[in-house]
Design a protein around this ligand. Structure first.
Ligand code: 13P
Ligand code: SF4
Length: 326
């Protein structure tokens, strides 16, 4: 189908299904363009929780669609690319030990393991009884259901500080936990998961950027390693970067996150210049959603993401507790 026709057919189907299209900031340009809302994980969760529609089409990865289904259990949630997953979310399980070391195909420099490969969420909870679990939204629904509260990259420190306990378990991202530890007085017990897109950034990349673009502000996502974050000018979520770039008096920015965000950064700031830190900061799973898949999703009402009631109820508690924090 010709692109223009495809675009219009999606819009027609969207009306017919009483659907809204949500897209994460890392999605392909044409998906961000056709979406009703784009945003970071926190913004999209809030929209999913309050959406006035019958169908939510989630252009992102599966944990995001699961969160939408948890928050809006009476709506039909569709994930156009059925196999769009987040490898980091799969780095922690409740009681099935992971059977492979933490690594990602094509990413050859994984971080040192701090837990044996057969360690589970249950094990860490048993080791630290009465210590609350803060689950990054990049987790499966069952991990959320076993957690006390969720967080995103935008609110991790606020969430941790909202808890009365002096110690908290924070999972699955080791880098996000290290960042939170730097910004809270509480003691953080972290898991050893990581995002293969952000974890690959090295100090030498930052040094080269400084040399090449001496006047640029370096904006980094907290999924990068702590030594990177310590050398960045501003650390924030994807939407935090969009806000910062708009409000800042600076004109040049080095962007240290998945490169899909450059589309909106450039669109919203036509007179400013944005440089990707590395050309390979691409999340293959975020790129799986295409216009033809979005069209098929709305035409055939697929792929439905539905979280079982027994998991949805406790997982919603953890998400709602997070959403209550302003
Ligand atoms: P944000 O919530 O900052 O958009 O990040 C989500 C994510 O998957 C980062 O890799
Ligand atoms: Fe997961 Fe990283 Fe992709 Fe985000 S960028 S969805 S954390 S793999």
């Amino acid at each position: 189908m010709d692109k223009h026709l495809l675009y219009n057919s999606i819009l027609e189907l969207k009306e017919k299904r009483r659907a809204i299209i949500l897209a994460h900031n890392y999605q392909r340009e044409e998906i961000q363009e056709i979406a009703d809302y784009t945003g970071d994980s926190l913004e999209l969760s809030r929209i999913a929780a309050n959406a006035q529609c019958e169908v939510i089409v989630f252009c992102g990865v599966n944990f995001m669609a699961e969160s939408a289904s948890i928050l809006s259990p009476n709506k039909t949630v569709l994930l156009p690319a059925q196999d769009a997953s987040c490898p980091m979310a799969d780095m922690i399980t409740i009681d099935e030990p992971r059977d492979t070391p933490l690594s990602y195909p094509g990413y050859n420099d994984p971080p040192a393991l701090t837990y044996p490969v057969n360690f589970t969420l249950r094990d860490i909870k048993n080791r630290y009884p009465n210590v609350p679990v803060v689950a990054y939204v990049n987790t499966t629904a069952n991990v959320k259901a076993e957690s006390d509260i969720c967080c995103t990259s935008a609110n991790v420190v606020k969430v941790i500080n909202s808890l009365p306990n002096e110690r908290v378990i924070c999972l699955p991202d080791k880098n996000l936990s290290d960042w939170a530890q730097k910004n809270t007085k509480k003691q953080i017990i972290s898991w050893d998961g990581y995002c293969h897109v952000h974890d690959r950034v090295r100090l030498s990349d930052i040094e080269s950027a400084h040399t090449k673009y001496p006047n640029a502000i370096i904006m980094a996502h907290p999924e990068c390693r702590i030594e990177i974050l310590e050398h960045a000018d501003y650390v924030t979520s994807t939407s935090g970067m969009l806000r910062y770039a708009k409000e800042s008096n600076h004109n040049e920015f080095v962007v240290v996150t998945e490169n899909g965000i450059l589309y909106k950064l450039k669109k919203e700031n036509p007179n400013k210049t944005f440089y990707p830190l590395r050309k390979d900061m691409i999340c293959p799973n975020m790129k799986k959603t295409t216009l033809p898949l979005l069209y098929e999703a709305l035409k055939d009402m697929k792929h439905i993401v539905k979280v079982p009631h027994s998991i949805q109820i406790p997982a919603k508690k953890a998400l709602d507790r997070m959403l209550e924090i302003k």
